[in-house]
Design a protein around this ligand. Structure first.
Ligand SMILES: Cc1cc2nc3c(=O)[nH]c(=O)nc-3n(C[C@H](O)[C@H](O)[C@H](O)COP(=O)(O)OP(=O)(O)OC[C@H]3O[C@@H](n4cnc5c(N)ncnc54)[C@H](O)[C@@H]3O)c2cc1C
Length: 528
């Protein structure tokens, strides 16, 4: 297995790169991949783990955004649906079609006829790359699909398709792709200051949060892709920089799927306040979201409040009245800050109609703010075009590569041939299915680890199909350094087990420390 090594401070100091990207969420990941694909020498760093910011706390949808239709922002829907099509192709194991049920109740803000019209437009805008055309449904047909929905006031609705994806794994896959094309990448390395040479930012002061050491990185151009932290970085460049973000907080909670009984993803308006919400399937789990509130919390501290959870539970209970969900059903929850653009009256019209903004600071740092998971690839292409201008180097030649090169695991279509060897190793069907969804065409690398050290085929947790080999893979190929990196963003046991994955922690700690499975034997294995 070829290792993907986390760059050390010495590596980062060893050369002046063309481009230093600060922030390893999906935005920075996309920029680093695109720039590396176009032949730039790139370094990417994140002060926490890759994806630990908003990019592991989203609703995990790759979607056109139905709400933009209501606002007649058709170009945004068109763009996002195009990106949906590209991502379904680049990473089919991570980005997967998901059928959505859209129920319409008497008195809803958007009536049935308008819903049908909107979805027809959605299909048209998706064009040839559509997942599947929508169907409008009468009340009975809708209840056949989703029998436990509230019947009272239901008038009918529709079935349409969008896509769902593991946001953190998409981020990490994108960073691996950048590293595969030569980028130096390091998580747990924070920028503590910027280095200026006259009127230009030419690098950053760094602190390795694992070793405690300080260092620096030098670059011809620096990109600030720190999502909800963007204004903080901009103030490091220029203490007088005016904020460009007005972040809002969004929370989700997770319950056992059987407690809700939903068979599909459901998009609905909350009877509590009329906001659009989702009930989303995730294996044995259902997650419900999201809230949307102003907050003064810092991105590091943002957590769901009791009020958030009550709102989400009340909304879901109104949709599934038989569920009677209570706080005791909540297995886990998360909050993220949407890096939304503040209203900018002085911006040109073309800027205002977009979801993201690229701007050059007083000392030449390029900041990319706003955007969403779905459109990261396209945003990245725009940022790298801008970097090309800054470098006075035409980069347009490689622009299409980012829409053609699969992400790691997306190279080969997953077929029966990927299943059989796993089952022959004695892995359960649930584990094999889980592996294929996480690793796609790279699943054989996990099987190889199991063959080399059979103890790695043991489950990590009695409630979850993940196995120990995934920890070794996470450490060797996915830059996992701490147990949290594994539990929260590589295998996500935090959101998919009753005890937030704690039973797996000792094994994960040991595997990360020793890099080998010999120590597994004295920890009660969870079986296969
Ligand atoms: C509740 C919610 C639901 C959402 N749902 C969806 C959805 O379903 N579909 C969709 O398309 N979009 C969705 N979004 C939007 C999407 O998740 C975000 O736009 C996207 O994840 C932002 O990524 P980012 O890389 O810009 O920011 P982040 O992911 O926050 O990354 C910024 C990174 O910068 C790092 N950083 C900060 N300061 C420093 C420093 N000093 N030194 C080094 N590194 C630093 C942080 O550690 C962090 O990892 C949702 C957002 C929220 C909040």
């Amino acid at each position: 297995m070829a290792p993907s090594v986390r760059a050390s401070l010495r590596d980062l100091a060893s050369r002046r790169v063309d481009l230093l990207v600060i922030g390893g969420g999906i935005t920075g990941a996309g920029v680093a991949r695109d720039a590396a694909l176009r032949g730039l020498d790139v370094a990417l760093i994140d002060g926490q783990d890759f994806g630990a910011g908003t990019s592991s706390r989203s609703s995990r949808l790759i979607h056109g955004g139905l709400r933009y239709l209501e606002q007649a922002r058709l170009h945004l829907v068109f763009e996002a649906l195009r990106e949906r099509r590209i991502l379904l192709r680049l990473a089919p194991h991570l980005v997967r079609p998901v059928p959505f049920v859209l129920p319409v109740f008497r008195g809803d803000r958007v009536p049935r006829w308008k819903t049908a019209l909107g979805l027809t437009l959605y299909d048209l805008l998706a064009g040839r790359g559509n997942v599947r055309r929508h169907r409008t449904l009468g009340k009975r047909a809708l209840l056949d699909l989703e029998p436990l929905l509230r019947e009272r006031g239901l008038t009918g609705g529709a079935l349409y398709h969008d896509a769902q994806c593991d946001d953190a794994r998409l981020t990490i896959a994108t960073i691996r792709a950048a590293a595969g094309h030569g980028a130096l990448v390091a998580n747990h390395v924070a920028v503590t200051g910027l280095i200026r040479d006259g009127a230009r930012v030419v690098g950053a002061l760094l602190r390795d949060r694992i070793t405690g050491e300080d260092g620096e990185a030098r670059a011809r151009v620096v990109v600030n892709a720190t999502g909800p932290w963007s204004d903080r970085l901009r103030r490091l460049e220029d203490p007088a920089a005016l904020p460009i973000l007005r972040p809002t907080k969004g929370s989700h909670l997770v319950v056992r799927a059987a407690r809700v009984g939903n068979r599909h993803a459901v998009i609905f308006t909350s009877p509590v306040d009329g906001r659009v919400m989702f009930v989303l399937p995730w294996g044995d789990w259902t997650y419900i979201g999201t809230t949307d509130t102003d907050t003064a919390e810092s991105p590091e501290e943002v957590r769901p409040t009791e009020e958030d959870l009550v709102y989400l539970l009340r909304s879901a209970n109104a949709l599934y009245p038989g569920a009677h969900l209570g706080p005791e059903d909540v297995v886990s929850s998360w909050s993220g800050l949407r890096p939304l653009l503040a209203a900018a009256p002085a911006s040109p019209a073309s800027d205002v109609s977009r979801e993201h903004r690229i701007l050059r600071g007083s000392f030449g740092m390029i900041s990319i703010a706003g955007g969403k998971l779905t459109t990261f690839r396209r945003m990245a292409a725009e940022v790298v075009d801008r970097v090309g201008k800054e470098l006075a180097q035409p980069l347009s030649l490689g622009r299409r590569r980012s829409e053609e090169e699969p992400l790691p695991g997306g190279e080969a279509a997953v077929s029966e041939g990927f299943r059989t060897p796993g089952l022959e190793l004695g892995l359960s069907e649930a584990t094999v299915e889980h592996l294929l969804r996480q690793y796609g065409g790279e699943t054989p690398a996990i099987y190889t680890l199991c063959r080399e050290r059979p103890a790695l085929a043991e489950r990590l947790h009695p409630e979850h199909p993940a196995i120990a080999a995934q920890v070794v893979f996470a450490a060797r190929r996915e830059f996992a350094v701490t147990a949290e990196d594994v539990l929260e963003r590589r295998i996500r046991l935090v959101h998919e087990t009753q005890d937030r994955g704690e039973k797996a922690r000792p094994v994960i700690d040991r595997l990360l420390r020793d890099g080998g499975p010999s120590s597994l034997t004295d920890t009660a294995p969870a079986g296969r």
